[in-house]
Design a protein around this ligand. Structure first.
Ligand SMILES: Cc1cc2nc3c(=O)[nH]c(=O)nc-3n(C[C@H](O)[C@H](O)[C@H](O)COP(=O)(O)OP(=O)(O)OC[C@H]3O[C@@H](n4cnc5c(N)ncnc54)[C@H](O)[C@@H]3O)c2cc1C
Length: 450
């Protein structure tokens, strides 16, 4: 237990953890609500996942966005008109750096400082222990009125264990360690996983490697990046805006895929075992192209590793020199006791709107959503809601309690996608249109009394 005299009281200030896209939006929106803010970032610059200079950044040289520009930019800070529909990752980093400069956010960020513990004081406030990530690793504790976690959920690899992998004679890496096509050149490569990253890397491998196997557990709905000359997410958003019923959207999705991609099983890809909208969208125009040219060989799930070979679930054996496990990422909140975010045994938090801690009104998470569009607009509106909520909580606790009572009865199905595959990849799946509608309702409730 620290001595109380060791704790610096920051009074009404709010602590923000992380200076990626979500943390930056949170600082800005808390400042607009009049809060003092201290943001801690363990890296030495802003940008989070998009900052390829950071060791934990999951992006690789060829990463292009899969959400299109208008559905990715912050609503109050447009991307340049002359940028492509799907910008390169370096453009997203320069966009976030400009956003930070434009709103003068840097002066509120403590770089090279990791949050290692966040503990409730008992009166709604929090003691935040930070540690310098440079040389000495000096540590300090400060007391805040509220904490907003914006630590991202795409940096801690989800490791899938396979029998025999220890003795495997080839190289096995997680996709987070894949950075450059040179790693693939002239090699026999097995890519495991059919998320957007797995599909993208399989396509890069098709252009570099001598042989590419792409192992997937199931078939997915693969949408092309452009439909009728428009980015696919914009066509999808149009269907949501018109409030078309799910069955009709599923039917239209099937028709669009039928017209644009056709029957992908012709190219050896497995048929989806679920309906459209029951899994996170895969957006890739080249996977089918390279499968159709025999450059990508679709294969089933990995059963086990055995010496120089990998045995697949259909009994076939392949002998890759490099295996890239594109098995995704898991959220991690090691600085918080699991019960504070109501995490289950698998580490999955249970938060209202995937953002508000149910039993701690002064604790929230921003950016913990997975949508059918870009994350930044959602992180923006989440952080506006969090900032307004904290303001109401501080100024009118009786009304804040009313809002909390009302919000806690909001049906889950109105803001989160329930009918999705039961995998960790879909823990935070939302439809961005429905989600933003609900946040909009909440913002109306949070308006100060006339
Ligand atoms: C390959 C790939 C492609 C993607 N493509 C898209 C796309 O096309 N469109 C899209 O919208 N999204 C995409 N994403 C999702 C992407 O993660 C988000 O766009 C965005 O980066 C999330 O921002 P964030 O701030 O929530 O998290 P992050 O960007 O991960 O930032 C979190 C920050 O918190 C810091 N941090 C973490 N823990 C601590 C701690 N304890 N103390 C201090 N600092 C801490 C980290 O250093 C980091 O800077 C993609 C992700 C991947 C992996």
């Amino acid at each position: 237990m620290p001595d109380i005299t060791d704790i610096a009281d920051r009074h009404d200030a709010v602590c923000v953890i992380g200076a990626g896209a979500s943390g930056l939006a949170t600082i800005k929106n808390l400042r607009e609500q009049g809060f003092d803010v201290d943001c801690y970032e363990r890296e030495t610059s802003v940008g989070g996942a998009w900052n390829w200079r950071h060791d934990r950044s999951p992006v690789y040289a060829g990463t292009q966005l899969i959400s299109s520009r208008p559905l990715t930019e912050f609503p109050d800070f447009p991307m340049p008109d002359d940028w492509p529909d799907y910008p390169h990752h370096s453009q997203l980093l320069s966009y976030l750096e400009r956003y930070s400069r434009h709103f003068a956010l840097g002066e509120h960020i403590w770089f090279g400082t990791e949050v290692v513990a966040v503990t409730p004081v008992g009166d709604g406030r929090w003691d935040v222990t930070t540690q310098s990530t440079g040389g000495g690793g000096s540590s300090r504790i400060q007391r805040y009125s509220a904490v907003v976690v914006a630590n991202g959920h795409n940096w801690s690899p989800k490791v899938v264990e396979h029998e025999g992998s220890d003795g495997f004679r080839g190289q096995v890496i997680h996709s987070s360690a894949y950075k450059d096509p040179a790693q693939l050149r002239g090699r026999k490569v097995l890519v495991v996983g059919a998320g957007n990253t797995g599909c993208d890397i399989a396509v890069e491998a098709a252009q570099q490697a001598t042989t590419v196997w792409h192992s997937t557990r199931r078939g997915y709905w693969i949408a092309p990046k452009f439909v009728f000359g428009r980015p696919a997410d914009q066509v999808n958003a149009l269907m949501f805006k018109r409030r078309l019923p799910l069955r009709l959207r599923q039917w239209l999705y099937r028709q669009i895929v039928r017209i644009t991609v056709g029957d992908a099983t012709r190219f050896g890809l497995p048929a989806p075992d679920h309906h459209p909208y029951e899994s996170h969208p895969i957006v890739n125009s080249q996977l089918v192209y390279y499968a159709g040219h025999g450059r990508i060989l679709p294969v089933p799930d990995v059963a086990r590793f055995d010496g120089a070979s990998v045995e697949l679930t259909d009994g076939r054996r392949v002998e890759p020199e490099l295996v890239i496990m594109a098995t995704g990422y898991l959220p991690r909140f090691e600085f918080l006791a699991p019960e504070l975010l109501d995490q289950d045994a698998d580490g999955r938090p249970d938060l209202h709107l995937h953002a508000f801690a149910r039993r701690h009104p002064t604790l929230a998470v921003v950016g913990l959503v997975q949508a059918d569009a870009g994350l930044l607009p959602l992180a923006h509106w989440q952080s506006v809601a969090v900032a307004k909520w904290l303001r109401l909580h501080a100024t009118d606790p009786a009304r804040a309690a009313d809002v909390q009572r009302k919000e806690s009865s909001r049906p889950l199905k109105t803001w989160t996608r329930r009918n999705v595959l039961p995998t960790s990849r879909h823990w935070f799946e939302v439809s961005h249109t429905s989600y933003l509608r609900v946040i909009d309702d909440l913002l109306t409730e949070l308006e100060p009394a006339p």
